[in-house]
Design a binder for this molecule. Sequence first.
Ligand code: ZN
Length: 260
Amino acid sequence: MNKLYYRYGAMNSGKTTLLLQVAHNYEERGMKVLILKPKIDTKGDQYIVTRIGLKRKVDHLIEENEKLEDYLKSIDDDIECILVDESQFLTKEQVDDLYKFTKLKDTSVICYGLRSDFKTNAFPGSLRLFELADIMEELYTTCRCGKRAKFNGRIVNGEFTYDGDQVAIDGVNQIEYESLCGKCYLEKVLKLSKEDYNGFTKEDIKNRLLIYKEENKTENIENLQLIRNELRKYKKTMLTLLRDEIDKELDEKEYTKTLK
Ligand SMILES: [Zn+2]
């Protein structure tokens, strides 16, 4: 095996837990692994800590501008695999060194890390890993709304924010993160809504629906043409609301029917 893997995901996608599980699997079969972590991730210091309480000392903390090649050249031949936690914090050069190591030392390296920062931009390490990795695997986690989460929203003092440095460690200085799907990221972090985007509010559409219903009763051709144009303008949103309204009415009718 001589492959560079990048297993990436949003926060809370179980990356570190999976890393420790993989280490355990190797060791159970009598094979040696090394666990590395960039020092910039101060969480746990010398240790890797997971949200579910697992803990393990790392074999090597990577300094911010360390020439990783020197360390990689020094490791023993009987190492089967290198596992890197929080690899988004590696520099481009350090990822290059890991890649060279996989090919020239015939040993696999599995990097675990984030896809992007709280502004949806790649970290230098993740960007280089996306460029170089032989195998990329996405780890999934779920947004509060139930959809697949891809992004990390930064929360400072309970509020989502779009300001600040790229690196701010979870749990330090009142900073927390929440994994979000694309839609929730736009709504909660960038404060964008469908209504802003479409240029009309739900209220506007509800009013149009009332008029639609009234006018529909008149069976006047001109009114119907007007309504058709309205429907075109509001497209999906209006049709969805119209469907919901009809559903509601049907439900009510069914209900009163069962009462009778
Ligand atoms: Zn969501």
